[in-house]
Design a protein around this ligand. Sequence first.
Ligand SMILES: *Cc1c(COP(=O)(O)O)cnc(C)c1O
Length: 401
Amino acid sequence: MHRRDIIKRLSLLPLAATAVPSMAEASAEQPAPKVTRDLFAELGVTKVINANVTMTFLSGSLMLPEVLEAINSTSHDFANMFDLQDKVGAKIAEMLKVEAAMVTSGAACAILLGTAASITGTDKEKIRQIPNLPGPRPEVIMQKSHRYLFDQAVTTTGAKIVEVEGPDEMEKAFSVQTVMALFFNAAEKHSIPHETFLSIAKKHQIPTFLDAAADVPPVENLFKFQQMGFDLVTFSGGKMIRGPQSAGLLFGRKDLIEAAKLNHSPHEAPIGRPMKVNKEEMFGMYAALKSYLERDHKKEWNDWLDRAKHIAGILATVPTVKTEIVVDPGPANAFPSLMVDWDRQRVKTTPQEAFKALQEGTPSIVTGGHGQRLMIGVVLLRPDQIDIVAQRVKQVLQHAM
Ligand SMILES: *Cc1c(COP(=O)(O)O)cnc(C)c1O
């Protein structure tokens, strides 16, 4: 069947024509507002429904109305950016029960600034020279199993990564060049557990940095790691905290945050200058974090389960289709999604083909579907998109019979 036929069929099928009541009215969240100027259409950009998890290439997450309100309401006046970063940082630090905090342009920027801060401290000359400091390269210790794409944010500062496996190797890895020890919280394997990692680094008086970029929910994770003893922690602003996509949080020890700020905009020359955060994003990040902390997380979780059950109910009408609500064990993306499976003899399509049909259809829906089952993420759907996704998946599967 050609794409045009699918679109035609779609328009013939009332989307919410089902015995299951619509989810749209039940949710506290607002549906998409009416727009007077459709910039997607103006530029020919396809709107995408994200039935997966937060992904950078799919623009992260959707900002909540209170975040947009913070952005819009603060855009009509100037502010001194030093003052703003200090005040927003102090408030965030208070909210997260930590010495100091700052808003960065995402977690990757936080990793870079944290590393830079560990290298330079408040030394003006070093701040001017980094990443081209004279002498041997500074060293950052990481577990071998923690090496990941984002550690390029470490080496961008001129630092070298020293890989270790297990506590004994870590013990031996410290040298006069060592500036920091980085822990990737969502790594599949820790050859050195958090507490051991911390105690070894503390013994050598080296700052520890924990990357937990995608590790809420649960909300407790925003407090857990500073209490455990990490000197610096980062979370992305544009994942489940639902702040501006290009914002993030860096928090922890006061002296290190001060040093990180000296390496960042609005100072004019330092290494972090190309990673500027604008005024509205700072207010927006603050509003997003406040909203996230004040949310009824239990209610939100139950809402996600209701969404998954609702979609499952609609798909149950397709012969042989089986669904299962699966909670990702985390620490990244630790929330429920719906797994969909069917008898390939009856419904003659693979999860990969269904994924492609959904992505190429109208509206374009991005699910997960690279394994044996089609994965429907529910946490990023607008309330009015829940039925649309359910009906489109049903259609695609029915069409393959
Ligand atoms: C997303 C992510 C990053 C990068 O975060 P940004 O906020 O997009 O810069 C870094 N580390 C991990 C583990 C991530 O999941």
